[in-house]
Unconditional design. Structure first.
Length: 154
């Protein structure tokens, strides 16, 4: 994982570049798919999604940071690292492809940094950091939560 919340892989990316090995970064959008969590009932997921939607609206209204701007800022954050070769983006339609292409050549800005920092603080307690393993000790049944989430994601 390498994104604006999880920066630890930067040293691996740098070493790869030093060895003339290209890198492709996936999952640059921290917290993009929280609706995929399947550990709660459908009614609870709907309630949580509605709450998240309300908070997102409040966040957007307060800071003027739209989903489109978020996606662009997250991509630009990753690509500001000169050791990164490219990113792989999940696109569901032509409009998303056009949005991503429109970010080509744009530099990461101070506004991007401020917006991502605010966003990171907002999702800090709900964003799953893949492979960190911190949650596994909390499961009373010894479920390998890391593996379950990884399988669910891919």
């Amino acid at each position: 994982m390498y994104n604006f919340i999880q920066e630890k892989a930067a040293y691996i990316i740098k070493r790869a570049r030093q060895k003339n090995v290209g890198t492709t970064i996936m999952k640059v959008h921290a917290g993009e798919h929280p609706e995929q969590l399947s550990t709660v009932s459908r009614a609870e997921r709907i309630r949580l999604q509605e709450k998240a939607d309300r908070q997102t609206l409040l966040f957007r209204d307060k800071y003027g940071f739209t989903e489109k701007e978020y996606f662009g800022a997250a991509i630009r954050w990753v690509l500001q690292n000169k050791d990164v070769g490219c990113t792989v983006m999940s696109m569901r339609n032509i409009e998303q492809a056009e949005e991503y292409v429109s970010n080509s050549g744009k530099s990461f800005s101070g506004d991007d940094r401020e917006n991502l920092e605010r966003y990171a603080l907002k999702i800090l307690n709900t964003y799953c950091r893949h492979a960190c393993g911190e949650c596994e000790s909390y499961c009373p049944h010894g479920v390998a939560v890391n593996n379950v989430l990884r399988i669910d994601t891919y």
